[in-house]
Write a protein that binds this ligand. Sequence first.
Ligand SMILES: *Cc1c(COP(=O)(O)O)cnc(C)c1O
Length: 373
Amino acid sequence: MKVPILDLKPAYEELRTELDAAYHRVMESGWVLLGRELEAFEAEYAASVGTRHCVGVANGLEAMQLVLMARGVGPGDEVIVPSHGYIATWLAVTHVGARPVPCEPDPLTYNLDPARVEPLITPRTKVILPIHLYGQTADVPALMRIAEKHGLFVLEDAAQSHDARCHGRAAGALGHAAGVSFYPSKNLGALADAGAVTTSDDALADRLRHLRNYGSKVRYQHEYPGLNSRLSELQAAFLRAKLPHLAAWNARRVVLAARYLSQLAGVGDLVLPSVAAWATPVWHLFVIRTARRDALQKHLAAAGVGTQIHYPIPPHLARAYAGAGWKRGDFPLAEKFAAEVLSLPIGPHISAEQVDMVCAGVRDFFKGPGVES
Ligand SMILES: *Cc1c(COP(=O)(O)O)cnc(C)c1O
C-alpha cells in the first residue's frame, strides 16, 4: 500500500455521473465564458458562504489582486500579510505596487496574530490580509476590531479554508471580502485554475465584475483598466457538481485529522496542529513540525508515504523578492517553521488504514537510532 499526498482520480470516480453531466451540459449549451453556469455557481457559492456576492475569477491570486485594485490600493500603500504562508498572498500585494508588511504568526495556529498586527500599522496601512492557513480560520473578529479602529480593510485569503468556521461563521464571510482559490488540490477544487471573491459589499462586487473582464460589463465599454480573469463555464459547472459534496468531504478530513492527532500524540519531538477554541478547521493540510523534518520526510518516502512542505522558503527569502530589503533573521518564526513543517497525506479519499500506515511510519522513525537528521 502506498499513500499519495494527492490523487485527483478518486474524486472523479466518486462523482463521475455528476461531472460527466456537467461537461455535457456546457458542451450542449455552446457557451463557454460568462454564462449561466457561472451565474448559478456564484449564487450557490455565495449562499454557502453567507455573503451577498460571489464573483468568479480565474484563480486565487487574481481574486486578491482584483480586490486590491478595486480598493485603489497601490504604490505607497502598505498591506499587512502573514510572514508564514504562501507567496501568492504577497504577490497579490506587490502586483498592485503596494508593500507587503509581514507579521509573525501565532506559534500555535500558524495564523496571523492580532496582537502582533496593531504595532505594524502606519499611516500608509490600507489592508490587513490574513490567510486561513492549512484550513483553520485566522482570528478575523479580532482583526476586524483593529481594522475598525484604524479605518482599514480586511481581505481574507480563503484559498485553504472552504467552509472552515470561526465562531460558526464561514471563512469568506468574516472580513470585508475574501479571495478564494479553486485550484484542483483545494478542498473545493476545479479541474483547472479557478477562483472567486466573496463579499457582501455591493459596490465592490459590481466593480469586480467589471475588473475581471477588461473593466467592462457592456461589450467595448471599458469603465476601468481591468484584467482578463474569468472563471470558465466548464469549471463553474464542475464546481457546481462538487459543491454539494464539500461538507461530507470536509467531514472525512475531520475524522482523519482526529485519527492522526490521537495516534501521533507524544511521539518524538513532534508538534501537532492546535485548534483555537472558536475554530472549526477543514484540514486542507495536516501539518506537523519536527527539528528532524528532512530525515522524517525521507524515511516516509522510503515507506511509500508522500509528503510535502508548505512552505520550504518563507516569502521574504524568495528570490522573487531579492532586492526588496528583507534578509535572513527578519522573521524568525516564519524561518523556523519553514525548516520544520511537514504535511502528511489527508483528504476525502485517504482511508483510515492509510493514515494508520503513515502514523506507523512516523512512530517507526522516532523509535530508530536518531543519529542523522
Ligand atoms: C492556493 C493558494 C493561493 C493561490 O491560489 P491560486 O488559485 O493557485 O492562484 C493563495 N493563497 C493560498 C494560501 C493558497 O493556498
